[in-house]
Design a protein around this ligand. Structure first.
Ligand code: S3P
Length: 169
């Protein structure tokens, strides 16, 4: 079980349902949600897509690291929906480990994510060949999610409430 002074951080690939699960978990735990993509968008006044297009992915990753560090430094225990790419940076992985937060990897077969990411939105990296890109990303990131995770919750064929119960367990 999560301690009342620990952040709960959800990590995992695009489309696994981090944002939705984080909202329900925050409600259940009586906490605020901190969604890294949303905070970046609010702060910068630009969408994730605009930041990628106008300033490039490295700038986005810089903002992402700042916002993650800010969330982890919050004295108030949060439910943090960490965008899919946070594990790419060794500094972010170290920050997660050092923070004492409970990190849960929401894990899905990338084949099952293709439907869920349809529509573009804040995921410009999937504009071309989403299925192939998701497979490749999963291969590149699987070990990194595993490295930061205290627990793994499989989300394939599970409803959001089943996922939430599994995370709480
Ligand atoms: C990304 C995940 C996205 C968003 C950006 C890049 C990634 O967030 O930050 O498009 O590299 O995995 P979600 O994981 O919330 O979809």
């Amino acid at each position: 079980m999560i301690r009342s002074d620990q952040h709960l951080v959800l990590v995992g690939m695009m489309g696994v349902g981090k944002t939705t699960a984080a909202r329900v978990l925050a409600d259940r735990l009586g906490r605020a949600v901190f969604d890294t993509d949303m905070v970046i968008e609010t702060r910068s006044g630009s969408t994730v897509r605009e930041i990628f297009a106008e300033q490039g992915e490295p700038k986005f990753r810089e903002l992402e690291s700042k916002v993650l560090a800010e969330a982890l430094a919050s004295p108030e225990p949060l439910v943090i929906a960490a965008a899919g790419g946070v594990v790419l940076s060794a500094a972010n992985r170290a920050a997660l480990a050092d923070s004492g937060a409970r990190v849960v990897w929401l894990c899905a077969d990338p084949v099952n994510l293709v439907e869920r990411v349809r529509g573009g939105g804040h995921r410009p990296l999937l504009d071309e060949d989403p299925a192939g890109t998701l497979q490749l990303m999963f291969r590149e990131r699987e070990a990194l999610y595993r490295e930061v995770a205290d627990a793994i919750v499989l989300v394939d064929n599970r409803s959001i409430s089943e996922v939430v119960e599994a995370v709480l367990r």
